[in-house]
Design a binder for this molecule. Structure first.
Ligand code: ATP
Ligand code: NCN
Length: 216
């Protein structure tokens, strides 16, 4: 069976295919569940950053989150593929196949596998706020250009986060976002665009409420 963006279901444990010279965004997430906010920012990031592809890397488990109720990877990948309607977005769970827990290790593997591709790390502003808690976060900043997408409630991270303060000199003006993938790190950009108030946490809460009402 083939998803709406042309990916076959069986290949989710493999890295997507790329061609030399491409600009590719790496967008990691729990996607528990995926929502239209993910799609919105993915499409705008692709345009602003002038990307050929954006990989939705469905994590086997965010090391900073409680994983006890995290649905299986395969199910989250399936839901991502259902919601994605753009062939440039590739859904993958390859981190699990390589037993990768930390993004620093994922980035190392991806860059080594494709030295002729221009990769950029993409994340929402809430992730920027806590980025300094990630394993080897400074190494990440020194290794790959980073694009941060604005998110309601997290805009202050643009100036107040430890990462933004530590690497203020490496911040690139948004007008140059299209060049970011080919810039030498450290380099990061804060992207403004249409905002989405959606969050997986809120969707899970709403689903729980509906479940309770059905039982009552
Ligand atoms: N509405 C949004 N606006 C901007 N970025 C978002 C939005 N929703 C998710 N993201 C970003 O997408 C990536 C994956 O997010 P994730 O799958 O954790 O969704 P989430 O809605 O943040 O979930 P949760 O509420 O469980 O933390 C992260 O980089 C996150 O910052
Ligand atoms: O490497 C880390 O230490 C680390 C800590 C927290 C989050 N991450 C990654 O950040 C991405 C977003 O996670 P999440 O749960 O906020 O969607 C996902 O790819 C995680 O693996 C990575």
């Amino acid at each position: 069976m083939t998803a709406s963006n042309g990916q076959s279901e069986a290949d989710y444990l493999r890295m997507p295919e790329v061609e030399p010279g491409m600009a590719v965004g790496l967008f990691g997430g729990s996607f528990n569940p995926p929502h239209e906010g993910h799609v919105l920012i993915a499409k705008h990031a692709i345009e602003k950053l002038k990307l050929d592809q954006l990989w939705w890397m469905v994590t086997p488990g965010n090391p900073l989150k409680d994983l006890s109720e995290l649905p299986p990877l395969e199910e989250r990948v399936r839901l991502c593929r259902e919601i994605v309607d753009d062939a440039r977005i590739r859904v993958t769970g390859f981190e699990a196949a390589h037993r990768l827990q930390y993004s620093a290790d994922t980035i190392e593997l991806v860059l080594a596998a494709h030295p002729d591709v221009h990769f950029v790390w993409v994340m929402g502003a809430d992730s920027l706020a806590t980025f300094h808690k990630w394993v080897r976060w400074e190494k990440i900043v020194e290794t790959i250009p980073i694009a941060v997408y604005d998110r309601p409630g997290s805009s202050q991270a643009i100036t107040e986060s430890v990462m933004a303060k530590t690497y203020s000199d490496a911040r690139v003006d948004e007008s140059r976002a299209g060049e970011l993938a080919r810039m030498k790190p450290p380099a990061w950009v804060y992207i403004h665009g249409p905002l989405s108030p959606l969050s997986s946490t809120e969707l899970r809460k709403a689903a729980q409420q509906t479940g309770k009402q059905h039982k009552a």
